[in-house]
Design a binder for this molecule. Structure first.
Ligand code: SF4
Length: 215
């Protein structure tokens, strides 16, 4: 930890909240994010068509992990939850295009890059929790089934036992219906559609994203 844990207060002043949000934005960069920004929760686009894309065409992560559709939070549930929050910290991490495209030769680097996104989400979420924003929660990128349990036969949660990585795994932004492409483009940042048959030379880089809903 290395920081004094704050007493829980009923209200947090605007100055204190602004300072904390700034701190989390900086923390994202310190932890390896390429870009980070503070966003209002009403700027987060939650669209049912995003999770429709988990099913059509069916994603390799669909139904095989507790943090992916149809098992995780639904877009309508997230929209209702976000109405109770005002501020979030959003970040992206650029990775080489050779790492992001689906190629068995780079699977180790790809898994490590996705794990890095979760580390940043976990770091900010934990800092927010200990600062007294105890209802903070975050989303990563991709599928925890492949990012954390790729060497396992199954998802432990779907078998009725506890998650092997409960403090690290989260749903991805896209798994709960957040339109990540739109959010990145709205921030003025670059992102490219990278499908199953994309080749490294087709795109300048890959972009992974994460978000922590703070308060
Ligand atoms: S056990 Fe593995 S696949 Fe299942 S929710 Fe946890 S991290 Fe994800």
């Amino acid at each position: 930890m290395g920081q004094k844990i704050q007493k829980i207060g009923l209200d947090v002043g605007e100055d204190r909240l602004a300072t904390d949000l700034q701190k989390y934005q900086e923390k994202a960069i310190e932890m390896g994010a390429t870009r980070a920004k503070i966003v209002r929760t009403d700027e987060i686009p939650v669209d049912d068509r995003v999770t429709m894309k988990c099913q059509i065409p069916i994603c390799f992560g669909y139904g095989v992990g507790a943090n992916c559709p149809p098992h995780t939070v639904k877009p309508a549930e997230l929209r209702a939850l976000l109405e109770k929050y005002q501020w979030a910290v959003f970040f992206v991490q650029e990775i080489p295009s050779a790492v992001v495209v689906r190629d068995k030769a780079t699977i180790k680097e790809r898994v490590a890059a996705y794990q890095d996104v979760y580390k940043i989400v976990n770091g900010i979420e934990s800092a927010a929790f200990y600062d007294g924003h105890y209802l903070a929660f975050g989303f990563g990128a991709g599928s925890c089934r492949h990012t954390f349990c790729g060497q396992q036969e199954d998802c432990a949660v779907l078998k009725g036992t506890k998650c092997r990585f409960s403090l690290r795994s989260r749903p991805s932004m896209e798994a709960v219906g957040i339109d990540v492409y739109r959010m990145v483009a709205s921030a003025g940042w670059d992102i490219y559609p990278i499908g199953s048959d994309a080749k490294p030379d087709d795109v300048p880089c890959g972009v992974l994203a994460g978000i922590v809903i703070v308060r």
